[in-house]
Design a protein around this ligand. Structure first.
Ligand SMILES: O=c1ccn([C@@H]2O[C@H](COP(=O)(O)OP(=O)(O)O[C@H]3O[C@H](CO)[C@@H](O)[C@H](O)[C@H]3O)[C@@H](O)[C@H]2O)c(=O)[nH]1
Ligand SMILES: O=C(O)[C@H](O)COP(=O)(O)O
Length: 336
């Protein structure tokens, strides 16, 4: 591990007060967009937007815009987010001539066409244990260190609170702190971290390489190709370090985070997307934008194959996308 990088580029969110960040932003003439990609997050997105808006727009003028990218939601995500004060875009309606893909990365890539901040902070919409320092805490290194272009959040990751199954995190008051499991981040531990150790050990000091809470300079993000699905975090981290050196990356301790967990099969698909990102950057071309995976049922369905397709498409750098380039882009750049 690059201990020197860790020492140099690891911060705590408490290193800057919000007032100090507002002052730094004003002095530098920076503008800051918060983007929240959300698919079917009606249960949580309104509360998240409302809290961020109250603390980081109304109480302190830190964020210039709060944008929710509604990623093909079938529930009330858009209405809840709008009701709480966010600007909401349906991903498929943004630059429709560029085509549309499902997935988180697609929502983040399309956000580049509807936001204007020169710094963009991203935050997931399924958080149940978090606070507004998950946004403000990411900004300090970008506002004080010109060499830093990407800031990753890190935290303890709650996997389970025994006795609270089926209840939202944060409502299990009777559970002792010792009983809370911090073994969350299963894809991080079983796929991302081992991959980084093997391929990019210079990044092994990054505590949460897949964290959905990160901030980036627009002029960096729009120069990177962007996987349309869950590969976006690994791709942005690796490509930033390969292109600009590991010192362009910083990380900030944000405390503790809990979120809605996906099924193990869902995580299997996510892991496939991450491995596709890693292979592509190692020059391995699988010759397809849609990988077929076979998983298997359990119990009554034991041994029954469950076949699905995982998209591994990547969008080209947004900076290379001009008006009228649509035909170059559809489906694309899959194997760039
Ligand atoms: O098609 C999608 C899928 C997800 N999301 C949103 O993206 C965020 C994160 O998605 P989630 O399914 O909660 O991902 P996790 O299981 O939490 O995955 C972790 O690991 C992923 C892979 O690196 C990261 O993308 C995530 O941010 C990180 O939280 C949430 O706001 C989702 O609503 C979309 O906008 N579109
Ligand atoms: O980031 C990850 O590793 C995946 O989102 C899985 O997280 P979980 O184990 O906390 O559900």
């Amino acid at each position: 591990m690059d201990n020197e990088w860790f020492e140099r580029r690891t911060y705590r969110s408490s290193d800057w007060t919000v007032d100090r960040l507002v002052e730094l932003k004003r002095r530098r003439g920076s503008t800051i967009s918060l983007v929240i990609p959300a698919r079917d997050e009606a249960a949580t997105v309104g509360g998240i937007v409302a809290r961020v808006r109250a603390q980081l727009q109304e109480k302190a003028p830190l964020l210039d815009e709060i944008v929710v990218m509604d990623s093909d939601s079938a529930d009330d995500t858009g209405a809840r987010a709008r009701g709480a004060g966010a600007v909401v875009h349906r991903v498929g309606e943004v630059r429709p001539e560029l085509g549309h893909h499902r997935g988180k990365g697609e929502a983040m890539w399309k956000s580049l066409f509807v936001t204007s901040g020169d710094i963009i902070a991203f935050m997931d919409a399924d958080l149940v244990e978090w606070d507004t320092h998950f946004v403000s805490g990411l900004l300090g290194p970008l506002l004080t260190e010109p060499g830093v272009s990407l800031v990753k959040g890190f935290y303890d990751r709650v996997l389970d609170r025994p006795g609270t199954a089926g209840r939202p995190h944060g409502t299990g008051g009777e559970v002792s702190e010792e009983a809370v499991s911090h073994e969350g981040g299963r894809v991080t531990e079983l796929v991302a971290r081992p991959t980084i150790a093997l391929r990019w050990p210079q990044l092994s000091g990054v505590v949460q390489p897949l964290s959905g809470e990160w901030a980036v300079r627009r002029d960096l993000f729009e120069r990177l190709s962007v996987p349309t699905g869950y590969g976006v975090e690994l791709a942005v981290l690796v490509d930033t370090a390969l292109r600009y050196g590991v010192d362009a990356v910083a990380q900030v301790d944000l405390g503790r985070r809990a979120h809605r967990h996906q099924s193990l099969r869902g995580l299997g698909a996510m892991a496939t997307e991450l491995l596709a990102v890693a292979d592509r950057r190692a020059g391995i071309d699988h010759g397809t934008d849609a990988v077929r995976i076979r998983q298997f049922g359990a119990g009554e369905q034991r041994g029954q194959p469950l076949n699905s397709t995982v998209s591994v498409v990547e969008r080209p750098p947004a900076a290379e996308v001009g008006a009228g380039d649509a035909e170059v882009l559809e489906g694309v750049v899959g194997r760039c």
